[in-house]
Write a protein that binds this ligand. Structure first.
Ligand SMILES: Cc1ncc(C[n+]2csc(CCOP(=O)(O)OP(=O)(O)O)c2C)c(N)n1
Ligand SMILES: [Mg+2]
Length: 273
């Protein structure tokens, strides 16, 4: 008989016995220490949970949770302060990069990150984002692009795709009247103060693994005193897209990735190496 141990953050160990999976697997699944051991409020299939885990794994692996300050947005991730085990501050809608600037400049040895949706970062907070990049603030920005305003019930976001149906574009987004989606990484890559900008996705395991690397890199650069660092993560919103979690992942792969190509848009670290 095989057993598998699943260590939780309070140190207690659950032992799962006799399962077929346990008999064949040596993989030990644990929750990152940088996540508080509580259930989240996110909808079933929402990829905010995956992204929280990627951030927490990066904090664990770099051993920086104890000196990290996260800035929570207004949006579905508004309660991120309940989930990350580091210090957290809640910012007004779109103002996370401004709050992060203040914290980083006051406490330069701390690691500071913002966690923001597309409405927060690329609509009401566009100016804060652009100017934090122009100033080359040594912060890490985790930008969750789900092409919609999730928290408020599914209105059009600046990243809503042409033709995409939302609560406020019932016939699909018309570029005639609503303009074009904003490509944040492409735009920020043109800014001299941007140190690192990469777009990744969490629609499948392969892309989640690549996303993890990018998130970790965006924190590693800050540990080395470099910034401005942004990782844009293409994400799903099954509830407001009106799709099952799996179909939402497929919709992301088929529609979002072609419009928002994945890749590294700027990496000054490559030149510094
Ligand atoms: C000053 C202000 N304006 C508008 C709102 C309403 N509001 C709350 S969340 C949100 C957008 C959230 O969308 P996004 O940032 O994409 O995050 P998501 O919920 O999709 O993760 C808006 C417009 C607000 N709370 N405060
Ligand atoms: Mg959104």
């Amino acid at each position: 008989m095989s057993v598998i141990e699943n260590q939780s953050i309070d140190g207690e160990t659950d032992v799962i016995e006799n399962s077929e999976w346990a008999a064949t697997s040596k993989f030990v699944f644990t929750k990152p220490h940088s996540l508080v051991d509580v259930p989240t409020h996110y909808c079933p299939g929402c990829t905010h949970g995956i992204i929280h885990r990627l951030v927490a794994e990066a904090l664990d692996e770099l051993n920086i949770c104890g000196r990290t300050v996260g800035i929570a947005p207004v949006g579905c991730a508004v309660m991120a302060y309940d989930y990350f085990a580091c210090d957290m501050i809640e910012a007004a809608h779109g103002r996370a990069p401004a709050v992060a600037t203040g914290v980083k400049r006051t406490l330069p040895d701390n690691i500071v990150f913002t966690y923001q949706g597309d409405g927060d970062l690329a609509a009401i907070g566009t100016a804060e984002t652009v100017h934090a990049a122009l100033r080359g603030e040594r912060i890490t920005v985790v930008f969750v692009n789900n092409a919609i305003y999730g928290m408020t019930g599914g209105q059009m976001a600046p990243t809503t795709l042409p033709g995409q149906v939302t609560q406020t574009t019932p016939y699909g987004r018309s570029t005639e009247t609503a303009g074009f989606p904003i490509k944040v990484c492409e735009m920020l890559a043109t800014i001299d103060g941007t140190y690192y900008a990469e777009r990744v996705s969490v629609d499948c395991v392969k892309n989640i693994r690549a996303a993890k690397k990018a998130v970790k890199k965006a924190f590693e650069y800050q540990v080395r005193g470099k910034g401005f660092n942004i990782v844009e993560i293409l994400s799903t919103c099954p509830t407001n897209w009106g799709l099952s979690p799996q179909k939402a992942c497929n919709w992301l792969s088929d529609n979002m990735i072609p419009y928002f190509p994945l890749g590294v848009y700027k990496d000054k670290g490559k030149a510094d190496e």
